[in-house]
Design a protein around this ligand. Structure first.
Ligand SMILES: [Ca+2]
Length: 662
């Protein structure tokens, strides 16, 4: 579009481009066609009419032609160095002001706009009036209304005078740019990867700012650092360095990694730098580069948390009731704070311990309570040590091996056989060379969480003391095979005949939780070789104090006596070829006083022991043993098994011994 501005006094309207064409039509009566002067020669920006130097010739011609007037200068000026024909533009058009000297003598004039370099004019208009427009405005559109190509243009003014009284005028304007493309900003960040330090970043970032300006003169720039949250972190701006130069870039911008308020960038986060540039016509464009803040370096020394044991059992029994952890802080001097989290795989964090430098404990003890003080549930746990190094290093995380909190004792099942146990060395049984039987003791144990650690089996004698003991690590060395016991006690003695022995089995897990199982086994009548005869020991026939009465007793004892007699009778029936000798024994009261003991033996114990042997012989006869096979004897306290001073054990002396003899 082109429009013309006339001096106010002319009162002429501004005409649009379409109208400019119309002007051409309307002016055709008086003006040459618009393109008629396209090939006219072009001269400097401002020239006086030609032939000024040929003043002599003009003077000599004056006689034949009208007197040549004094030549007035003409000029053609563009008001801007460029423009951007767009509604957003600050400079939407270029104004060409033309001034023609000797206007009153004009014959015709023409103003054209053409690309620099000689291509055909895009628009032109012309006239024959003697007062051409003071200015023409061009909005970058060609005669046909289409936007002209981006590039550099110039305006051309040509004019001729009536009767060639003056040389024709041909002037070109200063070139001006028709700018369409926005500038292309160029932003380089060096380095683009920021190394964090305790105060921000180790080295400042240098931003190189530049732009490919297209045809527009660059005007200003703005550099925004945007944080990971999308908010403006820091901003810089300035004018383009040299308003006179088209491309001269501003000096680099140095950024110290701090926000406008002085806060440092965060390690491991991503920022971006956004460069916007603007040209003189209002064209704006932007570009951005990513700025990655590296993670803080890792501490070279590792942190650690180690439970002291594989688990614990906080049940107040003083056995492994607490769990201790060793804590290792990788780079102690740089630690800012720490946090120890104790967590269960299923339930998450149960307990937290924390502290700050310089309080860096080498160990922490946990009593098995949660943060609320309640008992933590049983299960598998682990501890995590989080070490905060501030801005010196990346936070360190150390995780412990799994450990167990277990309060439930193992499950234990005790089995044994036979219920009636008849041990004895090989060949001890009359008429038999086979081995005596053994007691098979089986343990089955299980534990859900903690590993089983060890086991023990104790044989408890009728005096409630440990007769034999077996123990070992779990599982038993023989695997799950039952323990085989030959009836020999820890002191090498054989079990007593026809007694009840307790069996106490125990298993323990690694955390000190133990389980107990009890049983009882009865020993059979034992037959032991004694020289050329066999002795049958029965210590369990209980007599009423100082009598031979074995029946007037508490019901349980009386029943046990009857059972023993039944077994004796059954035993003797197996050896019909042997005679049976019954020898009664008794406990001396006055064992510590020979003066009293001697008469006690003679007057009380011998008769009592013989009477006891007789009572038992009678009971055996009642059970089918031929009385003729049996003989009795009473020896009182003369052949004691243990000293009568042994109050605890002397019950063993109160007995009847049986011998099988040929
Ligand atoms: Ca415990």
């Amino acid at each position: 579009m082109i429009r013309m501005r006339y001096p106010r006094s002319k009162l002429l309207s501004v005409l649009a481009l379409g109208a400019a064409l119309a002007l051409g039509a309307c002016a055709s009566k008086q003006a040459a066609p618009a393109d008629s002067g396209g090939a006219e020669p072009r001269a400097g920006a401002e020239v006086a009419p030609a032939a000024v130097e040929d003043r002599g010739a003009a003077t000599s011609a004056a006689a034949a032609r009208p007197q040549a007037p004094k030549t007035e200068p003409s000029s053609l000026e563009s008001d801007v160095e460029g423009f951007w024909p767009s509604p957003e533009s600050r400079v939407k058009s270029v104004a060409i002001s033309a001034k023609l000297g000797n206007a009153a003598l004009l014959r015709s004039w023409k103003i054209e706009i053409a690309p620099v370099g000689g291509a055909a004019a895009l628009v032109s208009f012309a006239g024959t009036d003697r007062d051409p427009p003071a200015a023409v405005s061009w909005d970058g559109r060609a005669q046909d209304g289409k936007l002209a190509a981006e590039g550099r243009y110039e305006a051309l003014l040509s004019a001729s005078y009536a009767e060639d009284i003056l040389p024709p005028v041909s002037i070109r304007s200063r070139a001006f740019a028709l700018s369409v493309s926005p500038p292309e900003p160029i932003l380089v960040a060096d380095p683009a990867r920021l190394e964090p330090s305790s105060s921000g970043i180790k080295a400042p970032v240098s931003f190189g700012i530049d732009a490919r300006p297209a045809l527009g003169r660059l005007d200003s720039w703005r550099l925004d650092i945007v944080g990971p949250d999308g908010k403006l972190f820091r901003s810089f701006e300035g004018p383009w360095t040299d308003p006179g130069a088209v491309t001269a870039a501003p000096p680099p911008v140095s950024w110290d990694g701090l926000s406008a308020s002085g806060a440092p960038v965060q390690a491991g986060r991503r920022y971006s730098a956004l460069l916007s540039v603007r040209d003189a016509y209002g064209h704006a464009a932007s570009t951005q580069v990513a700025l990655v803040v590296a993670d803080l370096p890792y501490a070279s020394e590792r942190s650690s948390v180690e439970p002291w044991t594989s688990g614990f059992s906080p049940n107040g029994d003083k056995v492994m009731d607490g769990m201790d952890f060793s804590l290792g802080f990788g780079q102690r001097a740089s630690v800012r704070s720490w946090r120890l989290e104790i967590a269960q795989a299923e339930k998450g964090i149960v307990r937290v311990f924390r502290g700050a430098a310089p309080d860096l404990p080498s160990s922490i003890s946990w009593d098995g309570t949660s943060s609320s003080g309640a008992a933590a549930p049983e299960g598998r746990y682990f501890a995590t040590l989080n070490v905060d190094y501030g801005s010196s290093f990346s936070p360190a995380v150390a995780r412990s091996p799994v450990f167990i909190l277990d309060l439930t004792p193992p499950e234990l099942r005790l089995s044994y056989s036979p219920a009636l146990f008849a041990p004895g060395p090989a060949g001890a049984t009359p008429g038999s060379e086979g081995e005596g039987s053994t007691l098979a003791i089986g343990l089955e144990a299980s534990s859900e969480l903690a590993r089983l650690a060890d086991w023990s089996v104790e044989i408890i004698d009728p005096g409630e003391r440990v007769f034999a003991r077996f123990d070992g690590a779990w599982p038993p060395s023989g695997g799950l095979e039952p323990l085989s016991w030959d009836g020999i006690g820890s002191d090498g003695a054989l079990v007593e005949s026809a007694e009840v022995y307790g069996i106490v089995a125990r298993v323990r897990d690694e955390l000190g939780n133990s389980a107990l199982a009890k049983g009882k086994v009865e020993t059979d009548i034992l037959v032991v070789r004694d020289g050329d005869r066999y002795r049958v020991d029965v210590a369990s026939i209980v007599f009423k104090g100082y009598t031979d009465n074995y029946q007037d007793l508490p019901a349980e004892q009386a029943a046990q006596n009857r059972l023993t007699l039944d077994r004796l009778a059954a035993k003797f029936a197996k050896f019909p070829g042997y005679r049976i000798r019954l020898i009664g024994h008794a406990v001396m009261i006055n064992w510590d006083d020979p003066n009293l003991g001697k008469p006690e033996q003679a007057k009380v114990l011998v008769p009592l022991s013989k009477s006891r042997a007789a009572a038992i012989a009678k009971a055996l006869a009642a059970r089918g043993i031929d009385a003729k096979r049996m003989s009795i004897e009473g020896v009182g306290a003369s052949r004691q098994v243990v000293p009568d001073s042994d109050i605890v054990n002397r019950w063993k002396n109160r007995r009847v011994e049986f011998y099988l003899e040929k």
